[in-house]
Design a protein around this ligand. Structure first.
Ligand SMILES: [Zn+2]
Length: 131
């Protein structure tokens, strides 16, 4: 049980790591190659795997202009015209995709990327590469 005296509960994630953005890019390129659109990210809530390329495609199909970089902090189910009943929430385990985002209140990130200005960005984990 967390110990607390002021009413706040701090959840410490022992797996949390902070890495410079250059190192994070190096890891991504090693796993998926230099083309950012092919980088695979896994939603920590529903497990859906997505790429910035998926977002580019959805933009094209639906006439939207969302940053492909959204792929590393927001599940694709949050965006675009997908019927609500097909999109899971943090409470629907296994329903993919979902509407989870690291920009919200519940932060499931295990990796924090530090940009050159020292700002911290929570990101989804890279998806496993199938052998
Ligand atoms: Zn999701």
């Amino acid at each position: 049980m967390p110990s607390h005296s002021d009413g706040n509960i701090t959840i410490t994630n022992p797996d949390l790591r902070k890495i410079p953005v250059a190192e994070w890019i190096k890891e991504a390129e090693k796993l998926f190659g230099p083309d950012k659109r092919q980088w695979k990210f896994k939603c920590p809530s529903c497990g859906h795997v997505q790429t910035p390329g998926n977002f580019i495609e959805m933009n094209k199909n639906q006439g939207i202009d969302l940053s492909p970089e959204t792929a590393w902090f927001s599940c694709i189910g949050r965006w675009f015209d997908i019927p609500d009943e097909k999109v899971g929430t943090i409470f629907d385990k296994g329903k993919q995709p979902c509407n989870y985002t690291l920009g919200g209140l519940i932060r499931l990130a295990k990796t924090i990327v530090i940009d050159p200005e020292g700002n911290e960005h929570r990101v989804f984990e890279f998806a496993e590469v199938k052998p």
